[in-house]
Design a protein. Structure first.
Length: 116
C-alpha cells in the first residue's frame, strides 16, 4: 500500500490541526493504521493506532485526550485530529500501515509546527 500524508502546518499553541493519510490499493481495510512522529534530534515515536474497522484505538500517553485517530475505509483514509496542540507536538508526522507483521509501509511525512 502507498500512503500520502497531508494536513500539516503552522499553528499556535492551543490550536488544532487535522492530518489525513490517503492510501492506495483495495485492501486498506485489512490494515491496522498508525501515526508516528519524529522531532528534530529525536527518534521516531508512536502517536496513535487504529484497528481494521476502527473499533479499537490506542494512543501514546503524551497525546491521550487531545488527539483522536479515525478512519474511513470507503475513502481509504485515516485521520488524526489534533487538539490543544503544544510546542512539544512539533514534529514530522508519518502514517504507516500494518498488515500484521509490523508497520512496513510509510507515508512521506507532513510537518507540524506549534508556536508558543
Amino acid at each position: 500500500v502507498q500512503l500520502q500524508a497531508s494536513g500539516g502546518g503552522l499553528v499556535q499553541a492551543g490550536g488544532s490541526l487535522r492530518l489525513s493519510c490517503a492510501a492506495s490499493g483495495r485492501t486498506f481495510s485489512s490494515y491496522f493504521m498508525g501515526w508516528f512522529r519524529q522531532a528534530p534530534g529525536k527518534e521516531r515515536e508512536f502517536v496513535a493506532a487504529i484497528s481494521w474497522r476502527g473499533g479499537s484505538t490506542s494512543y501514546a500517553d503524551s497525546v491521550k485526550g487531545r488527539f483522536t485517530i479515525s478512519r474511513d475505509n470507503a475513502k481509504n483514509t485515516v485521520y488524526l485530529q489534533m487538539n490543544s496542540l503544544k510546542p512539544e507536538d512539533t514534529a514530522v508526522y508519518y502514517c504507516a500501515s500494518n498488515a500484521g507483521t509490523g508497520y512496513d509501509s510509510w507515508g512521506q511525512g507532513t510537518q507540524v509546527t506549534v508556536s508558543s
